[in-house]
Design a protein. Structure first.
Lengths: 448, 727
């Protein structure tokens, strides 16, 4: 159950950074890189390569697990009876760490900070492939982030013997260095101090659904997340309660949450890590009878499609079913491999907010991805938006996708109407600032 | 920060060895804050990354090891990790620095030193490491202890017997009750790594230790939890209640945010269920496992893929899991193709009378998609659905006919292939559609589809008025057809002749084909079959008719479920490569120690009946069987795949190792007798034990060529015995 090593490839498939592969022949990482590059080159389309690629050329069989990050490819090679899911979970965790350290994960930032990346790699992945410390709280004690280094460099006067030596001997010397591991709570470092204590929660809910040809909802699920950002001193023991905890089902929690307590009194009791973390994932299921297990989709689409030879025409009408304003609504329609062009006109009807005349929306056709894109930045609660148009194709019987992909955002809204009752702090005496925000988004497949 | 941007990129420039050497020497003087040295070392490390050989700088770089700057030390160590092993004659120069660092005040440096040393498998280094490691395993700082635990696994890999003699395994075992959860988890990881080796000591847990480990779960990092949960598979419950109690403690981990933790928890639960007696608890756990699996599907496509492949195994063994969740597996247009194909297979597995209508509607939707591969699988799944769910068969046939009318060639061909099986499954029910199929004869250009159509023509030649004409047309290109089609044509023509032996056309046709098959064809199968038919027809046409038109065994869907014993075994590998490829790792991974359920009084009777015992193939059989009175020793199941793929390791088991047998939780692999190893022989009180002769035979067969997207890691295909009745 081990990961052999990690390789980061630039967009051209060349390695930027790789772990040391000490116990393997030199060709080992190269073979994997080659296998992956070959598979990617052969792929008919982007994203059609199996995420686990078997590499059988070596005497020991192994596999590449790969994900795309910022145009690069992060590859974890595994061999033996290894667990690809651990590899992917590790890649996720490592990407998050890099984001934490560098803000943006790109070829440039990684090359700029490659020594830090190496240090991080050393700490997070042991050479026999065991993921070790991936908690940002613990790592920040062992590997300094670039911003911190520059801050320290700036603050230290030229006369002092230099920053890192201060780390070795001085104030946060030997004991502090591994403070994260002596801390009784593995995800939280000891001795944090803030002048201003605050904790913010972002409740983000995402709806994923499929609507069938006849307009009935086949599937619609709402997955929620409670993203948190804590800047609290000491060891804050928090209890978060909701007025309607029953809307949270199938919860998964950050390790800091005391599970027994949740099971017993539906309250989230935890000592948070410092900084950003995801407190909980959940699924929202409407509390009604089991018959209507779908969450209603907040918009509707009427599509009149007319397929002809060498193209077709369409008229799409979108209507909101919500009182809130939906933002950044985007509808994508793949017109088929052989599509050549598209022409559309926009209009809106019956809008209560009297925006007669110019319709706020735009459309575009990407001739590379063969996708028509319709965007409405602000979709108010009533009224409808219409896109009429036609497209042309090189072949006589065009084969466009039989589904529209619709995505949207709804600020200050949650499908579940989850409501925080209160947040109590025990074990510390200071006052803290608390904030909760709701946000929702959706991605719906609408078939025709 | 912004001023720093772009600066380091310049390090990624090809540099010459000589230049670096000169720069390093220059840096020795007037190096304020060691900035110069740091810059050169950074360039060197960047060059290592680019694959340039920096080893000639060995001597120069190790001069910097004493620099009192952690960053520089780290880079020198990085250099040593890369080149240390290739400099056996110079490495001794570094040893004093290593030893000094092993006793540094700073725990980070102590840990760094032993970690780096353990990467360098050269005897001077390992010798020096031995003592240091022993100290570090008992270091007061948990960071050092946890690093040391992992180092033991590496020392063990370098020389297992020596590591055992030095007592490192016992030291590791003692760490299982360390006060720090991270240390415990790493000790578990190291012991597991050792235990997974074919030549390693066997790592088993007893109830007390297993419970202690569970106690550490709450404080562990997600990775630690994975190691601990995975190690539960090394605990063999002796009583139902032990397994049940443990499952109740584990089940709460299903609410973990990390997908790997969730899947490992499920693996542990599936394992423990084999040892449970309480039916209600088993059902409860099955219900609890469904939702977290569905939640995994809201992750990225990579995790989805791994999850889906595992779900496919789980629902075959525990069909109640996800029984009502077929909708969660509906494919979205934008799903990557590998996710779609995996979902499709699961949809088929979950289909039953209650949801057949929904599933069929979805499959019809997919059949109109753009991706050819996916469309084909969708069409095929419609046919399989007809075969699996009888009440849905009518609707499925309707749907297939509609698809045939689209005249899209690959759709038509797939439809013909599945229709053939539907005819076999429901004899006498749907032959009415044959004329529709015959209309599309010209569209068939793939061997499989053509062979299927030819089979239909031959089998129902009595019901098709112009069968002789149609076959005559097809036979026209006989000599150019692939063997598959030729065989089908030969048989079909013989069938036709038996039905219509009076017709002159038929006679001429069968004569022509038999002559071709026996005289002009080199393929021995075809020739032999030709001779056989010829003789049968010549000697006794009546008997030939009985043989050729004998009643076919009814086609069922039973055969596309995996063998229960093999499933039990595969599920021990939940989440691992084996579960993705649906193969046991020891069949395609060298040196992997297999896993198998271990018998105990608590083992579920059904599981026991299909128990697969693991042979440790490298151990020579010690017991010599002499025929005579007394019970016959059960013979070990022959596992050709396993033996063939495992290179036998020379294991001379030293007598000194026997002292490890006394260990409580870490059992020595005493190696005496072929019956040691992880699989106990079946106790004689178990009653008759039926063992699948080759537990893997049906693995591929379960998906028999249907899921062609399955990577096939094993060179030798097993397809020979998988041409089961379905696909």
């Amino acid at each position: 159950m081990a990961i052999d090593g990690l390789i980061i490839l630039d967009p051209a498939g060349r390695p930027i950074i790789q772990s040391s592969y000490t116990t393997y022949p030199a060709a080992y990482p190269l073979l994997h890189i080659e296998a992956l590059n070959n598979a990617l080159a052969k792929a008919p389309r982007e994203g059609s390569v199996d995420p686990v690629i078997y590499v059988g050329e070596l005497s020991c069989s192994s596999a590449c697990c790969h994900v795309e990050v910022g145009g690069m490819r992060f590859v974890a090679t595994i061999s033996g009876d290894a667990d690809p899911l651990i590899a992917f979970a590790f890649l996720d965790a490592f990407t998050e760490i890099l984001q934490d350290y560098f803000g943006v994960v790109s070829v440039a930032t990684l090359k700029d900070n490659f020594d830090i990346v190496y240090q991080l790699l050393e700490e997070t992945l042991d050479s026999s492939g065991h993921p070790l410390t991936t908690s940002p709280n613990a790592l920040s004690d062992i590997v300094l982030s670039p911003s911190l280094i520059s801050k320290l460099l700036a603050s230290v006067s030229p006369a002092t013997p230099g920053v890192p030596s201060a780390r070795q001997g001085g104030s946060f010397g030997s004991n502090g260095a591994s403070g994260a591991f002596t801390s009784p709570i593995p995800w939280r470092k000891a001795g944090v101090r803030h002048n201003h204590n605050e904790i913010l929660f972002d409740v983000v809910e995402e709806m994923r659904g499929i609507v069938g040809k006849n307009g009935t909802t086949l599937v619609s699920n709402v997955f929620g997340k409670i993203e948190s950002n804590a800047k609290l001193s000491g060891t804050p023991d928090l209890t978060l309660t909701f007025t309607n905890p029953n809307v949270l089902t199938e919860c998964a929690f950050h390790p800091c949450v005391r599970l027994q307590k949740w099971i017993r009194d539906n309250a989230l009791s935890f000592v948070p890590p410092e900084g950003r973390f995801i407190l909980a994932d959940y699924q929202y299921k409407p509390p009604q009878s089991a018959l209507v297990s779908n969450v209603p989709i907040p918009l509707s689409l009427k599509a009149n499609m007319d397929m002809g030879e060498f193209g077709g025409t369409f008229a799409l009408t979108l209507t909101s079913r919500l009182i809130k304003v939906m933002e950044n609504l985007e509808l994508k329609f793949y017109l088929g491999e052989d599509a050549t062009s598209a022409q559309c006109t926009l209009s809106s009807a019956g809008s209560s907010v009297g925006s007669v005349g110019s319709a706020d929306g735009s459309w575009s056709f990407n001739s590379r991805t063969k996708t028509l894109r319709w965007e409405i930045l602000n979709m108010r609660s009533s009224g409808s938006w219409i896109l009429r148009g036609s497209w042309t194709s090189k072949i006589k019987a065009p084969r466009p996708a039989h589904a529209f992909q619709i995505s949207f955002e709804i600020p200050s809204y949650s499908f579940s109407s989850l409501k925080v009752d209160q947040l109590r702090l025990s074990s510390e005496t200071y006052k803290m600032y608390k904030g909760v925000r709701m946000r929702s988004k959706g991605s719906i497949e609408w078939r025709w | 920060m912004s001023t720093q941007q772009g600066q380091d990129a310049k390090f990624f420039q090809r540099g010459k060895i000589e230049e670096f050497r000169a720069e390093l020497q220059a840096a020795e003087a007037k190096d304020k804050k060691y900035q110069k040295r740091k810059t050169v070392l950074k360039k060197i490390v960047a060059n290592i990354t680019m694959g340039n050989d920096m080893s000639p700088l060995f001597h120069d770089v190790i001069q910097c090891i004493g620099t009192p700057l952690l960053e520089i030390k780290k880079m020198v160590y990085l250099f040593l990790v890369s080149y240390g092993r290739s400099k056996p004659d110079q490495i001794h120069l570094v040893i004093p620095s290593f030893l000094q660092d092993c006793n540094d005040r700073n725990p980070l440096i102590r840990a760094l030193a032993i970690r780096t040393m353990s990467y360098i498998p050269i005897s001077v280094v390992t010798e020096a490491l031995s003592d240091q490691l022993r100290h570090c395993l008992k270091d007061r700082d948990p960071y050092v202890r946890k690093t040391a635990a992992i180092c033991v696994a590496k020392v063990y890999t370098a020389d297992p017997r020596k590591a055992e003699r030095k007592g490192f395994v016992e030291l590791l075992r003692d760490m299982l009750i360390d006060e720090n959860a991270t240390v415990v988890a790493n000790a578990v990881a190291a012991l597991s790594e050792i235990g997974d080796r074919q030549d390693g000591v066997i790592f088993k847990l007893n109830l007390t230790i297993a419970n202690k480990l569970l106690g550490a779960l709450g404080e562990s990092s997600e990775w630690g939890q994975i190691y601990i949960l995975d190690s539960l598979l090394r605990y063999v419950p002796e009583q139902h209640s032990d397994a049940e109690m443990m499952a109740e403690r584990v089940i709460v981990q299903l609410q973990h945010a990390n997908s790997a933790v969730v899947l490992t928890t499920i693996k542990a639960l599936l394992y423990l269920m084999n040892y449970m007696g309480d039916r209600r608890l088993i059902d409860y756990i099955c219900r609890k496992m469904g939702p977290p699996l569905v939640t995994l599907l809201s992750s990225g496509p990579e995790v989805q893929y791994v999850a889906l492949r595992n779900i496919l195994l789980i629902i075959q063994r525990r069909p109640t899991v996800l029984k009502n969740d077929v909708k969660a597996f509906f494919c979205k247009y934008n799903d990557p193709i590998y996710v779609k194909l995996a979902k499709l297979e699961i949809m088929y597995r979950l289909a039953r009378e209650e949801n057949a209508r929904e599933v069929l509607a979805e499959l019809e939707e997919y059949a109109s998609e753009v991706d050819v591969d996916f469309v084909r699988k969708a069409v095929r799944s419609i046919g399989r659905l007809a075969i699996k769910v009888e009440p849905a068969a009518d609707k499925c046939i309707e749907s297939l006919l509609k698809l045939i009318e689209t005249k899209v060639t690959y759709v038509v061909q797939e439809a013909v292939i599945v229709t053939k099986d539907i005819f076999r499954r429901y004899p006498g029910k749907y032959e009415g559609i044959i004329p529709k199929l015959c209309e599309n004869l010209d569209a068939l250009d793939e061997p499989e589809a053509k062979a299927a159509m030819v089979w239909i023509l031959g089998q129902f030649a009595d019901k098709i008025d112009n069968a002789d004409e149609l076959l005559d047309d097809l036979v026209y290109s006989f000599l150019d057809e692939p063997a598959e089609v030729q065989l089908a044509l030969l048989t079909a023509v013989v069938k036709l002749f038996i039905y219509k032996s009076q017709s002159e056309v038929t006679k001429a046709l069968v004569h022509k084909v038999l002559k071709w098959a026996t005289e002009d064809i080199d393929n021995p199968d075809l020739r032999d079959r030709g001779f056989m038919y010829w003789r049968m027809l010549a000697m006794n046409p009546a008997i030939a008719a009985e043989i050729v038109l004998a009643e076919k065994p009814a086609i069922t869907t039973d055969s596309d479920r995996m063998d229960r014993g093999a499933l039990d075994q595969l599920l021990l590998h939940t989440g691992t490569l084996g579960s993705i490829y649906h193969k046991n790792p020891e069949t395609f991974i060298r040196n992997a120690a297999g896993r198998a359920l271990i018998d105990s009084p608590a083992l579920n009777a059904n599981s026991r009946a299909v128990l697969v015992t693991l042979a440790r193939p490298q151990l020579p059989p010690m017991a010599i069987s002499v025929s005579g009175p007394g019970p016959v020793e059960p013979t070990r199941p022959s596992q050709p795949g396993e033996v063939a793929n495992n290179v036998p390791l020379p294991t001379i088991l030293e007598s000194s190792r026997s002292d490890e047998r006394d260990l409580l939780d870490v059992e020595g692999d005493d190696g005496a007798g072929g019956d040691s190893g992880e699989g106990y022989p079946d106790g004689d009180d178990d009653g008759p034990v039926t063992k699948a002769a080759d537990p893997y035979a049906s693995l591929g067969g379960a998906f028999g060529g249907y899921v062609t997207d399955v990577p096939q890691p094993v060179g030798g295909s097993r397809s020979g015995d998988l041409d089961d009745l379905l696909f």
